[in-house]
Design a protein around this ligand. Structure first.
Ligand code: ADE
Length: 260
């Protein structure tokens, strides 16, 4: 996967590219991250990327020309091969796990990071093929959002995670030992490691039992319980097995029972 990141802050990415998953994926050849300084695509002495908004108002707006030039240079380099051009902005469609999975199917993505009050609308309308938001809040720029997109997508690429199964068991990808029917969308079950007793808080007995079927059932039940308590909206969207429905009935009944 090649990520072309167009930004006025290429140095912003040095930390995340040199640590953890993105570092490993770059070294392993699964991801190539090319940082493109937007100012290299300006044509004035001051390397200007923004200007005042027509109609007045506070803040500055990214000019269209440098962004168009930057993407057109990438398209020329790609020799006509098509790739998504993604504008990071709070107006975009929300990044979710299924969206990350969809993006991971491409071989090349361009990520456009804008700053200040926004970007000239002609970029969104005529240059970007997609507009993505990482959540309903406003950041002062798209760089953090681009980093989030790269991390979420890269960990889905084959060979990036040591254990091929581990991304399939994440929250939103099946919720810990997913029933075969549940493709997406519930929270992960709790995890524990040594010591079995930490300050009197003990690890659930079943996890020490070695009984794989019991452990699978416990994990599924706890994943459903966590989802029901914290994100009940997700339960309406996932396919549930008969076992899941039984677990949920038990969870609800237990929650309604008077405390003893
Ligand atoms: N730029 C500013 N806020 C953003 C957000 N929430 N998501 C993506 N890009 C952004």
């Amino acid at each position: 996967m090649v990520f072309d990141v167009v930004t006025i802050f290429p140095e912003f990415f040095s930390g995340i590219l040199e640590h953890g998953l993105l570092k490993r994926a770059r070294q392993g050849g699964q991801a190539e991250i090319r940082l493109r300084d937007l100012r290299d695509f300006t044509d004035d002495r001051h390397r200007t990327v923004d200007d005042r908004p027509f109609g007045g108002g506070p803040g500055m707006v990214f000019k269209p020309e440098p962004l168009f030039r930057a993407v057109e240079a990438l398209q020329t380099e790609a020799g006509g091969a098509e790739f998504p051009v993604i504008l990071l902005s709070p107006q975009g469609r929300l990044l979710t796990q299924p969206v990350a999975e969809e993006l991971a199917r491409h071989e090349h993505l361009a990520l456009l990071c804008a700053r200040y009050e926004g970007v000239d609308e002609r970029v969104a309308e005529h240059l970007a093929t997609d507009e993505l938001s990482i959540g309903d809040y406003v950041l002062s720029g798209g760089e953090l959002a681009a980093a989030v997109v790269m991390e979420a997508v890269t960990r889905l690429l084959p060979g990036v995670l040591g254990n091929e199964e581990s991304s399939a068991q994440d929250s939103f990808s099946g919720g810990g030992d997913a029933a075969p029917t549940a493709a997406h969308g519930i929270l992960d079950c709790p995890h524990y490691t040594r010591p079995p007793d930490f300050r009197g808080w003990t690890v659930p007995e079943v996890l020490l039992s070695g009984n794989h079927e019991e452990i699978r059932r416990w994990r599924r039940r706890r994943a459903l319980e966590k989802t029901w308590r914290k994100r009940p909206d997700l339960l309406a969207k996932v396919p549930l097995s008969d076992e899941d429905r039984r677990f949920l009935e038990e969870i609800k009944t237990a929650a309604l029972a008077p405390a003893r």
